[in-house]
Write a protein that binds this ligand. Sequence first.
Ligand code: MV4
Length: 451
Amino acid sequence: MFRKVLVANRGEIALRVLNACRELGIRTVAVYSEADRNSLHVRYADEAICIGPPRLSDSYLNVPAVISAAEIADVDAIHPGYGLLSENANFAEVCRASNIKFIGPPPEITRLMGEKEKARQAMKKAKVPILPGSDGIIDTVDEAQEWARKVGFPVILKAKAGGGGRGMRIVRKAEDLPNLFHAAFSEAANAFGNGELYMEKFIENPRHIEFQMLADEHGNVASLFERECSIQRRHQKLIEEAPSLQVKPKLREELGRTLCRCLSEIGYQNAGTVEFLMDEDKHLHFIEMNTRVQVEHPITEAITGVDIVKAQLRIASGERLDAILPAKLEVHGHAIECRINAEHPVKFTPSAGKITAWNVPGGNGVRVDTAQYAEGVVPPYYDSLIAKLVTHGCDRAEAIAKMERALGQFVVQGIDTSISMHESIMREPDYRSGNFDTSFMERFLAPKKTE
Ligand code: MV4
C-alpha cells in the first residue's frame, strides 16, 4: 500500500479521500488555494501546501504547482477526486513521468474516453449497445445529411471533445441541418479547441442511468450496478438514486456482465462510470464514460457496502479485485442523494458568504458528506456543492421518508441553499412514484397552474 498520498482537490471530496487514506494507514498531503486556508481539508491532512491564489487556474488546476507540491512532500501517489484534474490525461502523463502514481485509469484510457466518438466505437466493438448514428467524425454538411437520412430524424449532433451539453444540437428536419451543423461546430471549436462532430439518433426525454464499475490492474472487472440520475437541471445533477426502478434484475445482470467484458478488453483500470440513456421502451444506449470517482458514488456504497474510494486506493497499489470485494455483490435496499448547493432554491443563483448557523442531520441510514462547518465561509470561486445528503432505507419509500426527515433537520443560515427545493421535490407525486425522466425539473420549475 502507498506510504503517502496527495489529494489534489478541495471540499467534501477532499475530506472523503483523506478519510479513506487515514483509515488505510496512509499519510496524507492536502493542497489548498489562498481562499481555502481555513478549510477542513487543510486541517484533516497530515501536511498541507498552499499552491496559489484563489482562482482555479492559479491553484487546483495548475499542474506544475500540484506536481511541485507532490515532489516536495515526496508522495507515492495523487488522488484527483472528481472535476479539476481528474480527467486530464496530460496531468496523468506528467504524474507518470514524475514517478507518481495517478489514482485512476492510465492516460491512454482517459484520452480514449474523452474523445466521445472513439469511446462510442470502442463500446460498439465490445458489443455494448450504442445508439444508431455516424461511424466516426462527420466532416461536411452533405455527409451529415446522408447519415441523418440513414438514421432518421430527429438526430443530435455532438462534439467529439464534448461534455456538459456544449457543442450539441438537436436536428428535427433536413432543412435545419446546415445551420445547426455550423452552430455546433463553432460552439465546440470555441469551447474545446476542436469542432469535430458526430451524430446519433435523438432520444426524446430519456432517463439518465449509469453503471458504476471497478477494474483492477490484472484484468478483473466488477459491476456495482446502476444509478438513476435523471433529476437534473442544465446538465447539473440534483438528485440521484440507486438502484433504478426502471432497471430489472435481468437487464442489470446482463448489461453488467457485458460491461465487465468490455472494460477488460479495453484494459480499463480503477473506478469508472458508464453512462446510458434509457428510451421509452426501457432499452439502454451507451452515451459516454467517466473515468473518475463521481459525486454520487455514496449511493452505490450504501447499496453494495463497498467503499469505492478505498477500492480506488487499493487497486492503484496493485491489489486484486477479489481481495477487495465481497464474494457476491448484491443490491441492499435503496439509497438517495440530494446535492445541497449554495444557491437560491428557485433562481439557482450562486450564494457565497459566511455560514451563521449549521446543523447537520444524522441517525440510522443518514450520511452527510460535507467540508462546511458553523462560522465557515463559502468562497465565491468554486462549485456550489456544500453537502451531499444521502439516505439508505430497506426500500425506496423508506429512503424517501428518511430524506424528508433529514432535510427538515438540516439547518444552514447565512447563505441560500437548495434544501427547500429538495423538500418540495420529495413531496411531488411524480417523484414519489418514480414516474420521471430528464425533463422532470423543467416541469417542476414551470409556473404552477391553478385549477
Ligand atoms: C442525448 C440526448 C438524447 N439523445 N443523446 C446531454 C449531455 C450529454 N452528456 C448527453 N446529453 C444528451 N444526449 C441522444 N442521442 C439527450 C441528452 C440530454 C441529457 C442527457 C442526460 C442527462 C440530462 C440530459 C438533459 C438534456 C439532454
